[in-house]
Design a protein around this ligand. Structure first.
Ligand code: FAD
Length: 456
């Protein structure tokens, strides 16, 4: 017999649980279906474990630099098992708090199983068939397994399997020089592995301005991470206990050897096994669910939230999707996904905080721009902390004085960028920003100064 609900939420990632919570609190009868771990990618195999590892790696790095601060730390060793145990504790606590909240939620049935649509108004989850008036799809994504020659002949890792290792890789080859790959590369280097990053493009994180890519490369190379750019000939071959990764065909060392290979070349949405055809929900050429400005799919009573709609690839974009859908549906608001400004961070050390357009993007869109820049060597707080790598940069529209974007690559950059995020959200102009009184000594205090020193 079919079970009837007001709403079914598919996936307990970053948007599903709060959506279930808001609906249940408004008196609706809700089912939340999860096929794997509560908390999805961010909690289990994404943000939380990686940022916990970043913290361990930073501790090892700082301990090695202890003498710079007049501190005697002795020889520094890394206990990999303890590092992973700490990570598992943090992840486990986060998952169990979320699980307990969902299990105790009135009006909400938490179901374990793979969900698949049977029709626009019915869905199968394990042995249950559920009927509902509304559906919220929050199925997230997974690592792309690229079709490079020889990939089926060697053992490779993804972000999920790498986090299950019980011994430090001797030599890690990271395929992909973007956000996920670079965080792991620096972490494992600092924990004691040899690391090579293999990237097809001519530079790392190629959606950033070139000076950002170059500075990141310098930082990683200074720590001993080998970077192989323009790798046009990627292929794999077993070589004894090692894996040979083909890099270049024409110039330079043609291959690198690794004890382990991490695939970090992108993500794909979990929409291929959801029965979307039976529901009549449209997807694009890459499998992302097509949504309108209010995150409704091609079927008006079905919404798609988070990574699976292709409108963002972060925890905060997924959560913001929930906020938009809930505000429109429950509070009668008229919020749109295009109202938000793009913002994210790359958690290498020093971190990169980013908001809005890069200089290259702004110019490509036809803006006449003014640029503000300051190296972290001229930020007192960075000097006092002994962490002066990187720089800050702001991009302003010359005609309107509107802030178009900013990058803070430096100590505290992931936090300091929030001043600019909030200013852009509130429509504060560059000139108005210069009048802000900031706290000394902070990294943030120099942001108003930079807005006051723009190029003509
Ligand atoms: C290594 C790594 C590090 C990251 N670090 C950060 C970071 O620092 N900051 C940040 O903002 N973002 C980060 N991200 C991205 C972030 O994790 C994702 O953007 C975020 O988790 C997306 O959330 P979501 O709600 O869309 O989906 P997910 O969190 O992926 O959740 C989807 C859920 O749906 C379930 N599901 C899928 N299909 C079905 C089905 N058919 N039936 C039932 N359940 C199903 C899945 O099991 C999963 O639990 C990182 C990602 C990775 C891989």
């Amino acid at each position: 017999m079919n079970r009837r609900f007001d709403a079914v939420v598919i996936g307990a990632g970053q948007a599903g649980p709060p959506m279930a919570g808001r609906l249940a609190a408004s008196g609706k009868k809700v089912a939340l279906i999860e096929r794997n771990l509560i908390g999805g990618t961010c909690v289990n195999t994404g943000c939380t474990p990686t940022k916990t590892l970043v913290a361990s790696a930073y501790a090892a790095h700082l301990a090695r630099r202890a003498a710079d601060f007049g501190v005697k730390a002795g020889p520094v060793g890394v206990d990999f098992a303890a590092v992973m145990a700490r990570m598992n504790t943090v992840v486990g606590n986060s998952r169990s708090h979320l699980t307990a909240w969902l299990q105790g939620m009135e009006n909400c049935a938490l179901l374990q199983g793979h969900a698949r649509f049977l029709s626009p108004s019915t869905i199968k989850a394990g042995d249950d068939v559920l009927e509902a008036e509304r559906f919220f799809i929050n199925v997230g994504g997974r690592a792309v397994i690229p079709g490079f020659p020889g990939i089926d002949r060697v053992r490779t890792l993804t972000n999920t399997t790498l986090l299950k290792l019980d011994a430090l890789p001797r030599r890690l080859v990271v395929l992909g020089g973007s956000y996920v790959g670079l965080e792991f590369a620096q972490v494992f280097r600092r924990l004691g592995a040899s690391v090579t990053v293999v990237e097809k493009a001519p530079r790392l994180v190629s959606r950033e301005d070139e000076e950002v890519s170059d500075a990141i490369r310098e930082t990683l190379e200074a720590e001993g991470v080998e970077i192989r750019l323009q790798s046009e000939c990627i292929r794999f071959e077993p070589r004894g206990a090692e894996i040979a990764v083909g890099v270049h065909c024409t110039a330079g060392e043609p291959e690198v050897l690794g004890s382990h290979v991490l695939l970090a070349v992108g993500r794909r949405p979990n929409t291929d096994d959801l029965g979307l055809e039976a529901a009549g929900v449209e997807v694009d050429a890459h499998g992302y669910i097509v949504v309108d400005e209010s995150l409704k799919t091609s079927v008006p009573h079905i919404w798609a939230l988070g990574d699976c709609n292709g409108r963002g690839a972060f925890t905060h974009t997924s959560y913001n999707d929930f906020e938009i859908a809930a505000a429109n549906l429950i509070d009668g608001s008229q919020r749109k996904v295009s109202d938000r400004t793009s913002a994210y961070a790359l958690y290498i050390d020093p971190p990169l905080g980013r908001v809005g357009l890069t200089e290259t993007e702004a110019r490509a869109k036809g803006h006449a721009v003014r640029i503000g820049r300051r190296p972290m060597t001229r930020v007192s707080r960075a000097v006092e902390k002994g962490e002066t790598k990187g720089f800050m940069k702001v991009v302003v529209d010359r005609d309107s004085d509107a802030i178009l974007g900013a990058a803070i690559l430096g100590v505290g950059g992931d936090e300091a960028i929030h001043g600019v995020i909030e200013a852009m959200g509130a429509g504060v102009t560059a000139s108005a920003y210069t009048r802000v009184m900031a706290i000394h000594p902070t990294v943030s205090e120099l942001v108003p100064t930079i807005f006051g020193e723009l190029s003509p």
